[in-house]
Design a protein around this ligand. Sequence first.
Ligand SMILES: NC(=O)c1ccc[n+]([C@@H]2O[C@H](COP(=O)([O-])OP(=O)(O)OC[C@H]3O[C@@H](n4cnc5c(N)ncnc54)[C@H](OP(=O)(O)O)[C@@H]3O)[C@@H](O)[C@H]2O)c1
Length: 290
Amino acid sequence: MKILVTGAAGNIGMHLVSHLRTKHTVFGTCHQYNPNGDLVSMEITNLNKVQKVMDELTPDIVIHSAALANPAKCYENPSLAEAINVLGSHNIAKACALNSVRMIHISTDMVFDGNKGDYDENETPSPINVYGKTKATAECVVLNTLATAAVLRTAIVYGTGSGMHPNFFERLMKKISHGPHKILADEFRSFVYVEDVAIICDRLASGSHNGIFHIGGQKSSRYKFVCRMLDHFGIDKRNILPVTIQELNEESPRPADLSLNCSKTMETVQFSPASEVEGFIKFEKLLDLK
Ligand SMILES: NC(=O)c1ccc[n+]([C@@H]2O[C@H](COP(=O)([O-])OP(=O)(O)OC[C@H]3O[C@@H](n4cnc5c(N)ncnc54)[C@H](OP(=O)(O)O)[C@@H]3O)[C@@H](O)[C@H]2O)c1
């Protein structure tokens, strides 16, 4: 298969490219960062540019990972979030429809409000922050534009990124020895190892699946997850301080329990994410902890 991955220098995009390249012909697109010089520049808010790249590369499927994926940045600049997350996704879906190309749209657990947790694929999105609202709108726009689209809502991922947009875990590992670090004890997510998102995208792409899918690991509070990870890495936890969402008092509202129910997806694609220990072992190998 010929696969085009948008946001290929991002935390998830870089793993999509490296995993999918073992089996398929893969092209990656970027916006500002092209770490190895092998990505194609494609501003997703520009439909002509998107169409031009699609015409040149003629993919069988697009895995759309590009986004403004930082909730605080979306809060600071809602019109930019709307442009990248909604218009950008719409452009990709339109170009896919025009070229009869399938699409996997990467979405997020943050389309939910976090009031109940254990969200399955049939639940109605109820986002409470700008990021979640733009991603929920993007899902509708993509599904309404392209009949052959799959939406993959992923839980928060852990693992290394490209360093261009350092993720929570990369920032944590850099700062941990430098002083106290507040971690939420009452925020619950289904932490998933980043490579598993790539594996499930491959299964969705290869199996011609359309509709909405969830991927996530076991539910945990962020604080407890981080503690177990640091224990596994043999890193002192004294700088980790548990705080509540209320105490942290961020500007962008944070949903409390975004745990995902992934049973339907796991059954459909016949895949279970790595256990926490397996994920920690893989992550540790990629970190320079010496
Ligand atoms: N990371 C997570 O834990 C997580 C959890 C749930 C869902 N997701 C979803 O997964 C996807 C990937 O997230 P991520 O964490 O990998 O994000 P990321 O590291 O911030 O990467 C985002 C990518 O989008 C590209 N991009 C941004 N604006 C663009 C534009 N106008 N035109 C073209 N490309 C643009 C960036 O390109 P440049 O590098 O060139 O700027 C970057 O490569 C997103 O859809 C996000 O909503 C992520």
